[in-house]
Design a binder for this molecule. Structure first.
Ligand SMILES: C[S@@+](CC[C@H](N)C(=O)[O-])C[C@H]1O[C@@H](n2cnc3c(N)ncnc32)[C@H](O)[C@@H]1O
Length: 178
């Protein structure tokens, strides 16, 4: 995951669904002072990640990635959405398409989107993993029982180009360009 960040992050970066900001804290940036925008639905995640990344003075935006993003005319060289799609409701094709369409106006031409999501179909899960998946889906923490790599590809392709997907274990790593 850190390698993916190191490969893709640009000097102006948008991170969607930041969680704790762990990857942003440890990844290799192409410049000393990247301009980082953190976007999440959860104020606590934003506060924790912003504290952790205080040395970069990140901008924080509280928003839902399934709605048009309140980013004004900001445009980014890179955007990341890690372990976010499997938390969102609905079929993977439609949530990936919505995310891609909402991001598209905020990417520089040729800008990259990358991320990861846990799939529910067409990938191996251990017995324990499958039980956890069902439990998280029943509690509404995850919504990914039907998610597969094809849906991800179709959703991303609807608004972005150069879509690449690599499945590692039960996780799809993806990248695409504006
Ligand atoms: C599992 S965490 C992933 C954290 C981080 N990207 C990582 O890989 O460690 C999912 C994050 O997405 C956020 N999130 C969930 N649904 C969201 C939505 N609809 N819009 C924006 N953020 C959302 C959660 O608040 C949480 O911070």
């Amino acid at each position: 995951m850190l390698e993916e960040y190191g490969r893709h992050v640009g000097a102006r970066h948008l991170d969607l669904g930041v969680g704790t900001g762990w990857y942003l804290d440890r990844c290799r940036w192409p410049v000393d002072q990247p301009e980082i925008t953190l976007l999440d639905l959860n104020e606590n995640s934003l506060a924790l990640a912003a504290r952790r990344l205080a040395r970069y003075e990140p901008r924080t935006v509280r928003a839902n990635v399934l709605e048009p993003l309140p980013l004004g005319d900001a445009r980014f060289e890179s955007a990341a959405a890690n372990y976010l799609l499997h938390c969102l409701p609905g079929p993977l094709e439609s949530k990936a398409a919505t995310l891609a369409a909402n991001l598209r106006p905020h990417l520089e031409p040729g800008g990259v989107v990358f991320g990861s999501t846990i799939l529910g179909q067409g990938v191996p899960h251990t017995r324990l993993g499958r039980r956890l998946l069902r439990l998280y889906n029943a509690k509404g923490i995850f919504s990914n029982l039907e998610d597969d790599a094809d849906g991800l590809e179709q959703g991303l392709t609807s608004a972005l180009t150069d879509v690449e997907i690599q499945v590692v274990g039960a996780v799809a790593l993806f990248s695409a360009r504006a």
